[in-house]
Ligand binder design. Structure first.
Ligand code: C2E
Ligand code: MG
Ligand code: MG
Length: 469
């Protein structure tokens, strides 16, 4: 070949290669920019809009709605118990679950509505409408209905509950961040009240949520600065009126809010995880009281301690809580009883069963609290390693005034006997209630008629005096 031709051929080959490379790079750049766009505007897991695009699109929707005199609903959804799915089935299944939720939601909305995943298990829909709020309610009900059908995951089906908070423009505001904040607040309120429902934002809710957040902060502060203390409400043996022991109850005198009762702050402590810290704190305090009882040679007295299901559900329940009550002489463990509420014990039976068994194996007592307030299946009750039931004060309240209540309590006492369970009545405020319970054969009594909850000093004094009624 002519050397010149060779050169030209070589040059052409090089050019071809450069062209191919260029083409390849161009394609790659295009692909990357597509990917980049996707990641910047879409949630890579579900393919829905992400928070950033949601905000942009909502802004546009709000402007358009103002021009057309329309309303815009912002519907904030949070999946209940998603964390549990992630923890028990793993992240791959957790991701699959979120994807399925996204698909389900996509089917419920119109093309012009905005659906996004804000992150975690939070989804959001915004849509414009005319007229009354029944349009929003309809969508929310459709969402709840759609989630009644279980989702299939590896090895199990899950029926997710969705808590929904709603804010509406222009009533609740006309800018993106206000509407998001208010819808979130309404959602938070739903979670607090028991999940799986929906709620429109209102000023009242805002006040409640703000107050709750403040109480939360105050409680965190209160635990570390010793604003909490224990009181002891005596329990007596009905046949002879002798002291049987006491229920240990938490009290909180907040610097900011004054007295706050446990019915308010225990649920907050449970939701925020502060209950575990409270548990350790309480265990240390109770230890001191037990030592005092030893000194007074009253090892026969029982202290009953309320435990939350949240505590019992934790795998480290023994290490972090229960172990602190274990006595060197194991036989003495019987002097401590744990109270757990009926409704929760039945709902979470499988989750807490192992820890309940452990508690029993160590010799501690187990009482079913507020018995008669929820519903128990007899077969489950039979399976529970319980020693006794505390009959709910709502039933005791009317025992001397209402025939039906009387019969119910009588039945509880008699079937408890059949199952070998001790019966303790709480909330006794009159002699007439006590005497009925005595006739029924109920074993122990607790209530203001016998004694109000006492401070530690007062309780020790009662023991020393040896008399209560
Ligand atoms: P509970 O365990 O059923 O406690 C009995 C409640 O009834 C106590 O309210 C007690 O003060 C009240 N009570 C006692 N006698 C009478 C009476 O004759 N009449 C009326 N009307 N009420 C009476 P308290 O102390 O406000 O506790 C409320 C709930 O808070 C407790 O219900 C228990 O579920 C929870 N709680 C209290 N302390 C603790 C704790 O240390 N840990 C946990 N997890 N929960 C606790
Ligand atoms: Mg109790
Ligand atoms: Mg109770």
């Amino acid at each position: 070949m002519d050397p010149k031709d060779l050169q030209i051929n070589l040059l052409l080959a090089v050019l071809k290669e450069i062209e191919a490379k260029y083409e390849y790079l161009l394609k790659k750049t295009e692909r990357l920019s597509e990917e980049y766009k996707k990641h910047a505007y879409y949630d890579p897991l579900t393919g829905l809009y992400n928070r950033y695009s949601f905000q942009l699109l909502l802004e546009l929707k709000l402007r358009k709605a103002t021009r057309k005199n329309e309303k815009v609903a912002v519907v904030f959804m949070d999946l209940d118990d998603f964390k549990k799915i992630n923890d028990s089935l793993g992240h791959t299944e957790g991701d699959k679950f979120l994807k399925l939720v996204g698909e389900k939601l996509s089917k419920l909305i119109r093309k012009e509505d905005i659906l996004a995943r804000l992150g975690g298990d939070e989804f959001i829909v915004a849509f414009s409408y005319n007229g009354g709020e029944e349009k929003v309610v309809k969508l929310v009900e459709r969402i709840h209905k759609a989630f009644e059908k279980p989702l299939k995951l590896e090895g199990m089906t899950v029926t997710p509950n969705v808590s929904i908070g709603i804010a509406v423009a222009p009533m609740n505001g006309n800018d993106v961040s206000t509407l998001l904040k208010k819808a979130d607040m309404a959602m938070y309120h739903v979670k607090e009240r028991g999940k799986g429902a929906y709620q429109f934002f209102s000023e009242e809710i805002q006040q409640k949520v703000i107050k709750r957040v403040r109480i939360e902060e105050a409680l965190r502060e209160g635990i570390s600065s010793d604003e909490l203390f224990l009181v002891f409400q005596p329990r007596v043996n009905i046949p002879d009126g002798s002291l049987a022991g006491a229920e240990v109850l938490l009290r909180w005198k907040s610097k900011t809010f004054g007295d706050i009762n446990p019915a308010t702050f225990i649920p907050i402590a449970e939701d925020t995880g502060m209950i575990y810290k409270l548990g350790s704190w309480l265990a240390n305090k109770v230890k001191g009281v037990v030592e005092q009882l030893n000194k007074l040679s009253r090892r026969d007295l029982r202290l009953s301690i309320n435990v939350s299901v949240k505590q019992l559900e934790k795998p480290d329940f023994y290490d972090e809580f229960l172990s602190r009550f274990v006595r060197s002489d194991r036989k003495m463990n019987t002097a401590i009883e744990f109270e757990i509420t009926e409704t929760l014990v039945m709902q979470k039976f499988d989750e807490i069963n192992t820890n309940l068994k452990k508690l029993k194996d160590l010799g501690f007592g187990l009482l079913i609290d507020d018995f008669g307030s929820g519903y128990s299946s007899f077969s489950r009750l039979k399976l529970l390693p319980a020693d006794g039931v505390k009959i709910d004060l709502e039933l005791i309240k009317d025992i001397d005034r209402d025939e039906k209540t009387y019969e119910i309590v009588k039945a509880i006492v008699s079937f408890s006997k059949v199952l070998g369970l001790k019966t303790i009545a709480e909330g006794i405020e009159r002699e007439s209630q006590l005497s009925i319970l005595r006739d029924m054969g109920c074993e122990e009594a607790q209530g203001f008629y016998i004694s109000k909850p006492l401070t530690e000093e007062e309780f020790i004094e009662v023991i020393e005096r040896g008399k209560i009624l």
